[in-house]
Design a protein around this ligand. Structure first.
Ligand code: NI
Length: 174
C-alpha cells in the first residue's frame, strides 16, 4: 500500500468524466483501491474518488467510521445514483480544494448502485452524511467539483478567492 499524491483544483484530471472500470479482477485495480483507502486515511478525509489521485476511472472509497462507527469502509466501482429525493443544504469541503468550505445543496436521500471490490453488485441506501459523501464523490467521476454546485455568481467569487489563495501559497513556496 502507498499514499498517492492528491491532485488539487485546477488539475485537468478533476475536470474530465472518468471511464467505467471494465475488469475488477485486476491486480492494478486492487492495488489502486488499497492505495486510495490509505491516501484517504492519511489525508485524512471521509471519501476519495480515483480522479483525485490522477486516475480517470469510476471508482470511489468512503470511510465515515470517525463519524459513525457502524458504517464500514465502502468501495464502489462504477457507482450510479438510481434514486434521489429531498433537498438539503450543508457545508462541504474537498481534499482537492484545500482550506475551502462552501455551502451546497444535495439530495437528502440517495440509492446508489455499483460493484464492490470483488465485483459483486451492491446497493446502498443512504441519508445524512453518507448520502452527501456519496454524491460528492460521484460528482468527481463526472468531472464536477464543489464549485460546480454553486450558482454562477457565487462560483466565480469562490473560485477566484481560492485561486488567489493558491497563488499566495505558491509564492511562499508552500
Ligand atoms: Ni472532493
Amino acid at each position: 500500500m502507498a499514499v498517492r499524491e492528491i491532485r488539487t483544483f485546477p488539475a485537468d484530471v478533476l475536470k474530465h468524466k472518468a471511464k467505467p472500470v471494465k475488469t475488477v479482477d485486476d491486480e492494478g485495480l486492487q492495488q489502486l483501491i488499497d492505495d486510495m483507502i490509505e491516501t484517504m486515511h492519511d489525508a485524512p478525509g471521509i471519501g476519495l474518488a480515483a480522479p483525485q489521485v490522477g486516475v480517470s476511472k469510476r471508482l470511489i472509497v468512503l470511510d465515515l467510521s470517525s463519524k459513525d462507527a457502524e458504517i464500514p469502509v465502502i468501495v464502489l466501482i462504477n457507482p450510479e445514483i438510481v434514486e434521489a429525493d429531498g433537498l438539503i443544504e450543508s457545508e462541504e469541503g474537498c481534499l482537492s480544494i484545500p482550506e475551502c468550505v462552501v455551502t451546497v445543496n444535495r439530495a437528502e436521500r440517495v440509492k446508489v448502485r455499483g460493484l464492490d471490490r470483488e465485483g459483486k453488485e451492491t446497493e446502498i441506501e443512504a441519508d445524512g452524511l453518507l448520502a452527501r459523501a456519496l454524491q460528492h464523490e460521484i460528482d468527481h467521476l463526472d468531472g464536477l467539483v464543489l464549485f460546480d454546485r454553486l450558482n454562477s455568481v457565487k462560483r466565480e467569487f469562490v473560485k477566484k478567492r481560492y485561486l488567489k489563495a493558491l497563488k499566495r501559497a505558491e509564492r511562499k513556496g508552500d
